[in-house]
Design a protein around this ligand. Structure first.
Ligand SMILES: [Fe+2]
Length: 494
């Protein structure tokens, strides 16, 4: 068995030098119709794919310490009548404009980017740079670029010009956080089956305050309620069911001193505590129900959840879990990563028994994976098909994401569409076909960094048959650095 694993691990599907170039900055802003296409864009595919992620990995030639500190750059792919149009713009945050003007780093990054001049020039400088680089969503007729530690920025959905910080019609106060991982409940029981947007904010401290926020399709606030949970919380994502908003409180400690003294970024002061359990917190979405349920499960670190659903007295949660959280170290270089030395993200199912308070956990797949998605009409509901960015090999070791995997949770059948050896995928987004009845009848859109040509390609895959040839490959004229999250909007903005 060991020999098999070693043999597979040695059969490396990627080239680390080629992978690194996907982190080259993209300082240019483009606007053009995509003409270099293999295959055919489905004429029924109508709408806009928005994506967010760091566009700059250096400022004035000074490298950032971590990609998460990179200025947010929004890409928009608009589809209409079998044609596709591309546009990208940096979010014109106050800090982006200041630093581009100065051509140097003026702010400390949460993930360890420091101003020049050593710790003396960084000590007690706690100004946060709202870099708007994590998520993007169109809701209530607003396009919002999201970063979890501060307010969203509003952009014009057609031009991608930044209109400014958006306080959601007074829902947020200056300085308020707004998470980068909202979910759309496709049919909210509290709103007579209308869809609603659910998001949260965390105010961490010795105890942490989690505020739930739900918005109507016109952007108006429907529900807001805050809950205090014991202990420090580092919560990036959450998941919803019709009744609950579910949070994983990872076992971490926060020691702010290295941050205060200008030695580390705030994010580098989060320490994983492997001997402590993870708390799973169920907050009722109905503000009239104050009964929070808390479960405890063996340690692990979860950034992202795939989905959750209720069935009888059980709640099922599918998430990507890591055995340990690798701490970003000062003086380290994120491009010099040894994938083999890091724990992989793996897909787990957590089954919560509401009657006896126990949790059962089961690994659904050992392959290294991240960025799960599924049919958006199944958010919070029992579902059959899960799609996820995955390593090319199923060795169970960490590796760059080079493939999209489809899991049939009923039959356990897996399908893989790999872009190895030269392609590196981003988060897939599932777009249901109009009037589709099958859950997997839809298109999978994923941006692929093609290291052989140093350019990015948007792949349109068949959700029903992932192993088939791509329906279309839309080759851009340039690359887009590895990004974070995106979303689909049925409206076309051309
Ligand atoms: Fe995320």
């Amino acid at each position: 068995m060991t020999n098999t694993i070693t043999k597979k691990a040695n059969n490396q599907s990627y080239n680390i030098e080629e992978w690194k170039r996907g982190y080259d900055s993209q300082p240019n802003e483009y606007e053009y119709e995509i003409k270099n296409i293999e295959g055919e864009i489905p004429s029924e595919l109508s709408g806009t794919l928005f994506r967010n992620g760091p566009g700059l990995l250096d400022i004035g030639g000074s490298a950032l310490h971590h990609p998460f500190d990179g200025d947010g750059m929004i890409s928009a792919f608009s589809f209409k009548d079998g044609k596709a149009y591309y546009r990208n713009r940096f979010v014109q945050t106050e800090a982006y404009l200041q630093e581009q003007e100065a051509e140097k780093i003026l702010y400390r990054g949460v993930f360890g980017t420091q101003k020049s001049g050593g710790w003396l020039n960084n000590i007690f400088d706690l100004k946060l740079k709202n870099i708007a680089n994590t998520g993007v969503i169109y809701w209530g007729d607003k396009l919002l670029a999201l970063w979890e530690a501060a307010e969203p920025h509003r952009l014009d959905p057609k031009t991608l010009n930044t209109l400014g910080i958006d306080y959601l019609d007074g829902v947020l106060e200056p300085g308020d956080a707004f998470a980068a991982h909202p979910w759309i409940d496709p049919s909210c029981e509290m709103d007579d089956g209308a869809p609603c947007l659910v998001n949260f904010r965390v105010d961490p401290g010795l105890s942490s305050k989690i505020t739930l926020l739900e918005f109507a399709p016109d952007g108006k606030l429907l529900r807001r309620h805050a809950h205090s949970v014991p202990g420090f919380s580092f919560i990036h994502d959450f998941i919803i069911t019709p009744q609950y908003a579910i949070f994983f409180q990872n076992p971490v400690n926060f020691n702010p001193l290295p941050f205060l003294f200008g030695i580390r970024g705030a994010g580098e002061c989060v320490e994983f505590q492997p001997d402590k359990p993870t708390s799973i917190i169920l907050i009722p979405r109905d503000p009239n129900n104050k009964e929070i349920k808390t479960f405890s499960v063996e340690s692990g670190f979860v950034f992202h959840h795939a989905n959750a659903f209720e069935k009888g007295s059980k709640v099922y949660i599918d998430s990507i879990a890591y055995q340990t959280l690798p701490q970003v170290q000062p003086n380290s270089n994120y491009k010099e990563v040894d994938f083999n030395s890091l724990d992989p993200g793996q897909l787990w199912r957590f089954t919560l028994n509401l009657e006896d308070g126990t949790v059962d956990r089961q690994m659904l797949d050992c392959r290294c994976c991240e960025f799960p998605t599924h049919n958006p009409n199944r958010v919070g509901r029992d579902y059959r098909y899960l799609y996820i960015g995955a390593a090319h090999n199923d060795t169970g070791r960490n590796a760059p994401l080079q493939a999209i995997m489809k899991l049939d949770l009923q039959t356990k059948e897996r399908q893989l569409h790999s872009f190895a050896p030269s392609g590196y995928v981003s988060e897939p987004i599932f777009v249901p076909k109009p009037n589709a009845e099958r859950e997997d009848a839809g298109w999978l859109l994923t941006l692929v960094y093609d290291s052989s040509k140093h350019r990015s390609t948007l792949a349109i895959l068949d959700g029903e048959n992932l192993t088939a040839e791509a329906i279309a490959l839309l080759h851009l004229k340039h690359h887009i650095p590895y990004g974070l999250h995106g979303s689909w909007c049925d409206k076309v903005f051309i």
